[in-house]
Ligand binder design. Structure first.
Ligand SMILES: NC(=O)c1ccc[n+]([C@@H]2O[C@H](COP(=O)([O-])OP(=O)(O)OC[C@H]3O[C@@H](n4cnc5c(N)ncnc54)[C@H](O)[C@@H]3O)[C@@H](O)[C@H]2O)c1
Ligand SMILES: *[C@@H]1O[C@H](CO)[C@@H](O)[C@H](O)[C@H]1NC(C)=O
Length: 438
């Protein structure tokens, strides 16, 4: 029992601990009918319970958490006729052969761009995001405002919230799910390992459970990562290369996700496509990534750490521009076959795919800094350091021939061009008193 408790605590501890922790009191059964002190305690609990019920129940019509997965979830406002109307209208397909997509992680970097692109073509799009503060939530709010203007509603909630997800599928018969919600970042895993388990494993399983029960089942495209190649030294990385030596907990949870995807495809006939993104960058990007905080720190005159491998080896990344990634995501949705299950049961074999989405030209991080210096017209203060062994790999390089063949994927933006667009966005976004943080 204690073991079970610990396990579930690890599973459900949110990335940023919720304001409230809800515990269903186990005391009530034990204390029933024993002595007056016990009675007093019992009634105090009942009273406290009533207060809690009032507090948690009043802002929203959704039910109280009834399963352990919801215990430590933050409470969000959802439900009600006005809310359902917004959900429906956002997910409404407006073009003839359009699809309706639930985009998780829609307030995130990739999620925002994918949602906007889908909406532009007339697809129905509904976002879902928990707005955690892994990095500056005001940036997520600004992305949300951007999507709001183009008619995309982001429901505020956690992918671990089964009643919420089921409700969404009850309101809208999504044909596709674009699953991008995750705990990203490699180094943060040492600080908060539970958040990776919470979002990348427990959250994924919860989402797939709801998808498998949905009628009709949606086709699912989701974000894995190039980090699954881990300590692999054979380049370029091809989908069939080994991925059993992850170098970080982040990578391990993404690899676990690929195995979980296999299982749900095999047992329930869910159509599943995993995309291994290679270092995505661009406007509205993530402040925890090097190109982003290098820009911030170079402008501030702060020294930036530049890693090098053993024997002064070059650290390089296959930087991929966001617009290219978006095209890969949309092509994956468009080529995804239907799931085959119904009533929670498999009816036949379903599609299972994995693709690298990279740029195929690794650039040394020192070159990245040189490009930024030129664009920002500021000299960087460089501090060359040994690459720490806490998750980052020295080199990434995608073989994209499979995505090219099956998706027509062909990246067209080089680092120079892409960074120019990023810097232009950065300067306009953070001018006017707003400060970069994260
Ligand atoms: N950006 C990259 O270079 C890169 C590379 C490889 C893989 N990926 C993957 O691509 C996906 C999108 O990445 P991104 O760069 O846009 O990251 P991001 O952090 O900007 O976006 C993820 C979003 O998911 C939300 N989220 C996290 N946990 C959640 C939960 N439990 N419930 C609901 N929402 C939750 C966050 O609030 C965030 O807005 C992620 O799965 C990431 O692991 C990204
Ligand atoms: C790239 O991957 C394909 C399989 O999709 C493989 O046939 C090809 O040999 C790989 N190329 C390299 C250079 O590894």
């Amino acid at each position: 029992m204690t073991q079970l408790k610990q396990m579930s605590h690890l599973d459900i501890s949110p990335p940023t601990p919720g304001k409230f922790k809800m515990d269903k009191s186990p005391y009530i059964h034990r204390l029933r009918g024993h002595g007056s002190l016990a009675k007093l305690t019992f009634w105090s609990f009942v009273f406290l319970g009533l207060i809690l019920i009032f507090f948690f129940h009043s802002p929203s019509p959704n039910s109280l958490p009834s399963d352990p997965f919801r215990r430590s979830l933050r409470t969000y406002n959802w439900g009600g006729p006005a809310w359902e109307k917004r959900v429906r209208s956002s997910a409404k397909v407006r073009s003839r052969h359009g699809i309706s997509v639930l985009v998780t992680g829609a307030a995130g970097f990739v999620g925002t761009h994918v949602s906007a692109a889908l909406k532009r073509r007339g697809d129905g799009v509904l976002g879902l995001d928990c707005f955690n503060d892994y990095y500056d939530p005001s940036l997520k709010r600004a992305r949300q405002a951007l999507l709001e203007r183009s008619g995309v509603f982001i429901v505020e909630g956690d992918i671990n919230d089964a009643p919420l997800l089921s409700k969404l599928f009850e309101v809208v018969a999504f044909t596709h799910v674009m699953h991008l919600a995750a705990q990203a970042g490699v180094r943060y895993a040492m600080e908060n390992p539970g958040s990776y388990v919470h979002s990348n494993i427990a959250g994924l399983v919860n989402l797939l459970e709801v998808c498998k029960n949905a009628n009709p089942q949606p086709a699912i495209v989701w974000a894995s990562s190039s980090s699954v190649y881990g300590l692999n030294t054979k380049v370029p990385f091809s989908e069939r290369d080994r991925t059993d030596q992850p170098a970080s907990l982040y990578a391990a949870t993404k690899k676990a996700g690929e195995e979980i995807a296999h299982t749900y495809n095999h047992i329930y006939g869910l159509s599943l496509t995993g995309l291994r993104f290679f270092t995505v960058y661009g406007p509205w990007g993530r402040p925890d990534m090097a190109y982003f905080f290098f820009t911030r720190d170079i402008l501030k005159g702060k020294t930036i750490p530049i890693f090098e491998g053993a024997n002064h080896g070059t650290v390089a990344r296959d930087f991929t521009y966001i617009d290219d990634i978006v095209k890969g995501c949309l092509a994956s949705l468009d080529t995804a076959e239907k799931s085959t299950g119904s009533g929670g049961k498999k009816k036949g074999p379903a599609q299972l795919r994995v693709f690298n989405l990279g740029n195929t030209s690794p650039v040394p991080v020192t070159d990245l800094v040189t490009i930024l210096e030129r664009l920002l017209k500021v000299k960087a203060k460089r501090n060359i350091m040994k690459l720490p062994r806490n998750g980052d790999v020295q080199f990434t390089h995608a073989n994209i021939s499979s995505a090219q063949r099956e998706l027509g994927y062909k990246p067209t933006t080089d680092l120079q061009t892409g960074l120019k667009k990023f810097v232009r966005w950065y300067l306009s976004y953070y001018s006017g008193g707003k400060k970069a943080s994260g």
